[in-house]
Design a protein around this ligand. Structure first.
Ligand code: HGY
Ligand code: MN
Ligand code: MN
Length: 408
């Protein structure tokens, strides 16, 4: 239980590294990201890992296997957050990985063991996500350099401000032959484990997500003098579409969310002439997601035509569904059995994870642990010490099960 308490205490220490005094937000390439990397590096060093920050700002650590330079089993998660975040989404997985590494005798495994704290899984600052893990996987798109944050700072400038050289980014790309696989432990961010009264689960696949910046254009006008039959109210149109997103998503068995919406010019006595809003659409199967996307787009055009509006849709992020590797899944299941759970629960992840990017370089698998009420992306995010202890035991046993697979 000591290690579990240490992990929880460290989650609290990381939660203090926030750009806001009254809530947790830590975004890519921020001063808080720098402080978190330094703290994680210190913990990695204490665990016996050699550490480095890669060319994408990911904080990394490594212990060698039976020989120096062997391909590595990668353990990790992310240390960036959404706005007003919980303290376990991502961070818990990094700290579980460090604790497992601290329990492994260097020079004993048939592979090296690496831990990575990914720098940008959420995409909070620049809109598109998985920037750290996509760099590691070598699936970087140079168009991302011109992405800008809310202050107009480009990703390129943010790299330089952080002390990174964009020209050296390819140095973060990992060749597949240097990796054995990737295991991530993460809170479920949903209620399935709690409803089943189980601590842990193995992930079968990760939902594929697509995100869009939507705009409804109308015409601003006087809130009093404009008769309804002459209005082109962008907010009422966008609002109709927001309700349709929920209805069509439920009907299609997918998950659609409008998380951001802003009306312009934003006067209480002005009819909104423009609304900018977001769409996050995800499903277990990409075809289901894309079928509902087409329905949402058709609904948007119908609403716009009926209300004299124009509709714009711009894709800002796409990560298609990925299936977890069966051998690595069986190692995770062996880990869960080591905790006394003889029939590990298995289900698909509704949340996205860095594994969606890492899979381009090496096979992946995930261990889920229960979170209170299934709550996440909220300060009420919580886990129990007993569940963290069980996850640590399972994660360590999973690493040893992968070693057994390689010893055969
Ligand atoms: O959006 C997600 O599912 C993840 O938490 N980034
Ligand atoms: Mn998240
Ligand atoms: Mn996460």
């Amino acid at each position: 239980m000591h290690d579990a308490q240490l992990i929880l205490d460290r989650c609290d220490e990381l939660a203090a590294l926030s750009s806001h005094a009254d809530y947790l937000e830590r975004v890519h390439l921020s001063p808080q990201h720098r402080a978190a990397n330094d703290l994680v590096a210190q913990w990695m060093t204490e665990a016996g890992l050699s550490t480095w920050q890669d060319a994408a700002g990911n904080q990394c650590g490594r212990i060698e296997g039976r020989e120096d330079g062997l391909p590595a089993l990668l353990l990790g998660s992310h240390i960036d957050t959404v706005p007003d975040a919980g303290r376990f989404d991502g961070m818990l997985g990094v700290l579980l990985a460090i604790q497992v590494a601290s329990r492994v005798e260097p020079g004993t495994l048939p592979f090296a063991l690496e831990v990575v704290a990914f720098s940008d899984e959420e995409g909070t600052r620049f809109g598109t996500a998985l920037l750290g893990s996509r760099a590691l996987a070598g699936t970087w798109d140079d168009e991302w350099w011109s992405l800008t944050d809310k202050d107009g700072i480009s990703l390129f400038e943010a790299f330089q401000d952080f002390g990174l050289d964009p020209a050296r980014l390819p140095g973060a790309f990992r060749r597949p032959e240097t990796l054995v696989g990737y295991l991530e432990a993460h809170i479920e961010q949903g209620p399935i484990l709690e409803d089943a009264d189980r601590r842990l689960a193995v992930v079968t696949s990760i939902a594929g997500a697509r995100r869009f910046a939507l705009t409804m254009h109308g015409k601003a006008g006087h809130a009093g003098g404009s008769p309804y039959d002459r209005r082109r109210d962008a907010l009422v149109g966008a609002s109709e579409l927001v309700v349709e997103v929920e209805r069509l998503s439920k009907q299609g068995g997918v998950v659609g969310t409008v998380g951001k919406l802003e009306a312009f010019p934003g006067g209480v006595n002005v009819i909104p002439g423009r609304v900018e809003f977001s769409l996050d659409l995800r499903a277990e199967f990409d075809d289901d997601r894309d079928a509902v996307l087409a329905q949402i787009h058709a609904a948007a055009l119908e609403i716009a035509a009926r209300r004299g509006l124009e509709f714009e849709q711009h894709e800002i992020y796409r990560a298609d569904a990925v299936v977890c590797d069966l051998d690595l899944r069986s190692a995770i299941e062996a880990g869960i059995r080591a905790t006394g759970d003889e029939s590990p629960l298995a289900f698909w992840s509704r949340a996205g994870h860095d594994g969606m990017a890492v899979v381009a370089a090496t096979p992946i698998a995930m261990l889920f642990l229960r979170c209170a009420g299934g709550v996440s992306h909220h300060p009420d995010e919580a886990v129990t010490k007993a569940d963290v202890a069980a996850a640590l035991e399972a994660f360590e046993a999973a690493v040893r099960a992968v070693a057994d697979q390689h010893a055969l």
